[in-house]
Design a protein around this ligand. Structure first.
Ligand SMILES: [Zn+2]
Length: 265
């Protein structure tokens, strides 16, 4: 499942591949991708202004219209390399010959065509709060977003209405970096602890971005390639104190942590 850093990279790649070109053709290989009825030909012949990410969505800005992509489990934009194993749902043809696919093995991704003026309200209506990254370094901002939340901090961080973009991996990694017990009620955190959470989230995003740059990234869950400190590492030594990392299930989701250096106070 892509998390914020991967969606950021998807979006940067799309901007890099398509920037300055015109979308000459939008080929709909699997019409089930549309989240609402739309007219794909509306986008054809329009120049790409840019692409930006909000939460786990990419918005391809084509002037007055936009293509909004949501990757869900396995969706990703890739350059068309002719690989027949890909599960292609959309193919975007650009004026200088670039072809980009929406590749999606499990076909759960979705796309929408919206007028640019409606994109923000569309995403607001999907329950997305302000983005976790970039720039959210202020512990007081985080404390205010989670004011009065009694849920455990690790579970609370997954609530996209409070702060958008932190997924199950990022929440475990941020608690670990902040040396916080993931079971602590969010409402019990001090300002200094919220500052540590902010640094933990931003550090996790920055480190993952640095680790994953490339034309086709691999989902962080698929490879386990070493950019996680605790996620997926149950039974391995904690990088900080060498105690064994443990896993437990918290509100139906895996949480990984070090019971020694994230011990409760
Ligand atoms: Zn430890």
């Amino acid at each position: 499942v892509p998390e914020l850093p991967e969606v950021e990279i998807f979006t940067r790649n799309l901007a890099r591949w398509a920037g300055g070109q015109t979308l000459s053709r939008l080929e709909v290989v699997d019409p089930r991708i549309w989240g609402a009825p739309c007219r794909p030909e509306e986008l054809e012949g329009r120049e790409v202004i840019g692409a930006y990410r909000r939460a786990k969505y990419t918005v391809l800005d084509l002037g007055s219209w936009a293509l909004v992509l949501h990757y869900r489990m396995t969706g990703k934009p890739v350059l068309d390399d002719g690989d027949v194993r890909r599960k292609v749902r959309l193919r975007l043809w650009f004026s200088e010959g670039t072809r980009v696919l929406f590749d999606d093995a499990r076909c759960l991704g979705q796309a929408w065509i919206l007028q640019c003026a409606n994109v923000d309200s569309f995403l607001d209506a999907r329950g997305l709060g302000p983005d976790a990254w970039p720039g959210r370094r202020d512990g007081a901002w985080w404390a205010a977003r989670f004011n009065g939340v009694r849920a455990p901090i690790k579970a609370a961080l997954l609530d996209q209405k409070r702060v958008a973009g932190v997924g199950n991996i990022g929440a475990s990694e941020a608690c670990y970096r902040a040396a916080l017990d993931p079971r602590r009620p969010a409402s019990s955190l001090t300002l200094a602890e919220w500052t540590a959470v902010a640094e933990g989230v931003l550090g996790w995003v920055d480190d993952t971005l640095a680790h994953e740059l490339g034309d086709e990234i691999h989902f962080v869950t698929a490879g386990g390639e070493g950019c996680f400190r605790v996620y997926g590492r149950a039974g391995e030594p904690c990088p900080r104190c060498a105690r064994v990392v443990e896993r437990f299930v918290q509100r139906g989701r895996s949480t990984f942590w070090c019971p020694r250096c994230q011990g409760s106070r």
